[in-house]
Design a protein around this ligand. Structure first.
Ligand code: DGL
Length: 248
């Protein structure tokens, strides 16, 4: 059996699932979108941890061997507690500051993430390790999660909302921008158009996929399941989840 549970506050984790499925096409996936409680960005760590516990129990009831917290905000809030309370392995997300810091030419990198991620000690520690060598500028992707959850991925309204959070980073001289929320890759075509081809955006999904494959190997979890496929679940309406899924 190779059952992989993947969760997010909504459809954002599908940007991680899309990448994972390329490497593990024959696994069985159970995806959970907690969209009745989305966005997580401004919720307390206690609330998010409780939701993650409930969703972990759900995955266990579906036979999960490993769980991917495909949400930077939930990882920052809950992964240490989940690892302490459950014996199955958890893979989390973190803004990819390191590759951005190593790759910048201008010496300034931008981080786009939720308020919860940007104030979490996990991120602040990572940032502290690189701040001596590069300038790090941050912005909450204000309204980005709501756009993706409502299925709006392009058009004038989307450009307007994206510009508000992206332009301050570009004006500060960032040539490399970390996508620190799993919803944001769905807005990448708009962001790239606004920023121009010389700005590089980093989506951590490929690195998370490599980590997942490595941990599965170490834990002896097979890469193939006799019943491969995807089960989609959500705590709220499923229309936008299905729409984003159909675009993968
Ligand atoms: N997709 C999530 C993340 O990676 C959470 C977005 C939200 O619910 O605010 O942070």
């Amino acid at each position: 059996m190779a059952v992989i549970g993947i969760m997010d506050s909504g459809s954002g984790g599908l940007s991680v699932f899309r990448e994972i499925r390329k490497s593990l096409p024959d696994a069985k996936y159970v995806y959970y979108a907690d969209n009745a409680n989305c966005p997580y960005g401004e919720k307390t760590p206690e609330f998010i941890t409780d939701r993650c516990r409930n969703i972990t129990e759900f995955f266990i009831s579906k036979g999960a061997d490993i769980i991917v917290i495909a949400c930077n905000t939930a990882t920052a809030a809950a992964i240490a507690t989940l690892r302490a309370e459950y014996s199955l392995p958890f893979i989390g997300m973190e803004p990819a500051v390191k590759p951005a810091a190593l790759g910048t030419g201008s010496g300034t990198i931008g981080v786009l993430a939720t308020a919860g991620t940007l104030k979490a000690s996990k991120y602040l520690n990572t940032k502290g390790r690189f701040e001596d060598n590069v300038r790090i500028v941050e912005h909450v992707g204000k309204g980005f999660v709501e756009l993706v959850e409502s299925g709006h991925l392009d058009g004038p309204e989307v450009e307007f909302v994206v510009k508000e959070s992206l332009l301050p980073l570009l004006e500060a001289g960032a040539d490399t921008i970390v996508l620190g929320c799993t919803h944001y890759p769905f807005l990448l075509p708009v962001m790239q158009r606004i920023a121009g081809p010389e700005v590089r955006f980093i989506d951590p999904a490929p690195a998370v996929t490599r980590q997942l494959v490595k941990v599965m190997g170490e834990c002896g979890i097979p890469e193939r399941d006799p019943n491969p496929g995807v089960d989609l679940h959500s705590s709220g309406p499923s229309e936008s989840l299905l729409k984003i899924y159909s675009l993968l």
